[in-house]
Design a protein around this ligand. Structure first.
Ligand code: GUN
Ligand code: ZN
Length: 443
């Protein structure tokens, strides 16, 4: 752990309302820690030096300049556990369920990423918009082309965000232009992982698209990359729609969906599965035993019509759950909006739903994501010693959120309003490792 000064970091105190979840609110009452007039001190090494009431923190660090953000709310940086970099322009493609949507809209768009210059421009916009939405760490589903991933990692390094990503591989039931071979997938994935894993804040994830579009040989190649380098992450899709599950069952008779990935060594504590809307009890138990995580992609599940997420079944089985925006199936890059849609989904499940309090939503959008991405020793809350990844949320003057926030009786109530109303334009500043990576109004 580096304690030396980081070049882009100005040691300072940020003062404002402050909230974080250093404990899991699904297990502990009172897990939300908050201050109406709080402060967080950032050291020269980009780590959190101190946290507490503004009076206490300012008294303990009189040498530090104060960035006065009163009127704003300081939160840990948001963590998106599942988002596709080559799908921004696919957002809003209405009228189709998953397999139709992939075939008609998504695959044709992703073919364009064969061009490195196009990929690089898209990567730049995508990463800029992640930061603008308050996302500081993300598990990013990549593109099918090594040139597009090279361009993406170059831009991700420059963005200073904490990005985990990898080359997406498929060899069946996708357009020819997206098809790879097990040999090429093994070689290109290994090369990209050796080149980029551990560089700056970047990490590599082995990324088969989903069992439906991968042969056994291709999944074996993915397993081989992970066996060579067990420290890498892995991410893919699981049990998203009933139609998809039927096709997978037809392609891999005698196995359930998770079993296909298990047989190839792809299920472990470093694996993040997107969706898992229709799991069996056995799959949930095995996910929990493996320590794998599930990214709940609430707006995508609703938009594509895939179903309502059985969060309670996951939590009762001991499966770790985080939030993913799943752009472009999802309806935008705001993890705050994902929180709201997740909340609504659980409400619609009635007695079978898991009540999502504002504290639980904050946990899902921050610390739970950090844990899914294997970064929870570093980020996820504002405990001193952690890297200073945080956001300042401040509604634009005259917005609905600006009107309602003063009526919140507590910071927890204010958080409920944020999840309901705050979007991209409410994110004033995004900070990663103490470095400012976004400030509203400045490019
Ligand atoms: N399953 C395989 N590919 C995709 C994708 O791009 N989006 C979603 N939502 N599900 C998938
Ligand atoms: Zn996805």
């Amino acid at each position: 752990m580096s304690r030396s000064p980081e070049p882009g970091v100005t040691p300072r105190i940020l003062r404002g309302a402050l909230a974080h979840t250093p404990h899991d609110p699904f297990r502990h009452d009172g897990a939300l820690e908050s201050w109406h007039d709080g402060a967080v001190a950032i050291g020269a090494d980009g780590r959190i030096l101190d946290l507490g009431s503004a009076a206490d923190v300012c008294e303990r660090h009189p040498e530090l300049p104060v960035q006065d953000e009163r009127g704003g709310i300081i939160l840990p940086g948001l963590v998106d556990a599942h988002v596709h970099y080559p799908q921004l322009p696919v957002v809003g493609a209405m009228g189709r369920t998953l397999l139709e949507w992939l075939e008609a809209c998504t695959f044709p768009h992703e073919v364009r990423f064969a061009r490195a210059d196009f990929a690089r421009e898209q990567a730049k916009s995508f990463l800029r918009l992640l930061a603008a939405n308050g996302t500081t760490s993300a598990m990013v589903f990549g593109a099918h082309y090594a040139v597009a991933m090279e361009a993406f990692f170059v831009e991700a390094l420059a963005s200073r965000l904490r990005i985990t990503s990898g080359l997406v591989v498929s060899d069946v039931l996708v357009p020819d232009a997206l098809v790879t071979s097990p040999e090429i997938a093994y070689e290109e994935s290994g090369l990209l992982a050796r080149r980029w894993h551990g560089v700056g804040r970047l990490r590599y994830a082995v990324t088969p698209r989903f069992a439906l579009s991968c042969s056994d040989e291709l999944l074996a190649a993915c397993g081989a990359v992970l066996r060579d380098a067990p420290h890498l992450s892995c991410t893919t899709h699981l049990n998203e729609t009933r139609d998809e599950i039927e096709v997978v069952r037809g392609r891999f008779p005698g196995e359930d969906y998770l079993g296909v990935y298990e047989r190839h060594g792809l299920v472990g504590p470093g694996t993040v599965f997107a969706h898992d809307l229709h799991p069996t009890e056995s799959e949930l138990a095995r996910l929990a035993r493996a320590g794998a995580s599930v990214a709940h992609c609430a707006s995508s599940n609703q938009f594509i019509g895939s179903g309502l997420f059985p969060m309670r079944r996951h939590l009762e089985a001991g499966v770790h759950v985080a939030l993913g925006s799943d752009v472009g199936g999802g309806t935008g890059l705001s993890l705050l909006k994902e929180g709201l849609v997740a909340y609504g989904g659980q409400m619609l499940l009635g007695a079978a739903g898991e009540p999502l309090t504002p504290a639980r939503l904050l946990w899902l959008a921050t610390a739970a994501g950090a844990r899914a991405l294997g970064r929870d020793d570093e980020v996820g809350d504002l405990t001193p010693g952690r890297a200073a990844d945080l956001i300042v949320v401040r509604p634009p003057a005259g917005s609905t959120l600006a009107e309602v926030l003063p009526f919140a009786a507590s910071l927890e109530e204010a958080l409920g309003q944020l999840f309901t109303l705050a979007r991209e334009d409410a994110i004033l500043e995004t900070v990663v490792g103490g470095e400012r990576v976004h400030r509203r109004g400045s490019l």
